[in-house]
Design a protein around this ligand. Structure first.
Ligand SMILES: [Zn+2]
Length: 82
């Protein structure tokens, strides 16, 4: 019977250690996720000229419209003046 209690205690101890280690891992993970959350997910928008998708923070503005590059913006101006 003593062996039974020994194994019960051993399993309980192992379970407690496992739970504590999990909690520590969660604590370590939290600042990482906050760091990655600081980098805001940039919205992908479609260039009206070439049709390619690009991140919004790299957009070249022309009035209300956003283009993927300077080349597309000038091309849009050219096509408008035609
Ligand atoms: Zn473009």
């Amino acid at each position: 019977m003593n062996k039974f209690f020994f194994w019960l205690g051993a399993f309980a101890l192992a379970w407690i250690i496992w739970k504590i280690s999990q909690r520590f891992q969660n604590v370590r993970r939290t600042p990482r996720s906050e760091k990655s959350g600081a980098d805001k997910p940039v919205a992908m928008i479609r260039c009206p000229v070439c049709g390619s998708h690009f991140p919004e923070d790299e957009a070249v503005m022309s009035g209300q419209k956003k283009y993927c590059s300077e080349r597309c913006r000038t091309q849009a101006r050219k096509s408008r003046s035609r």
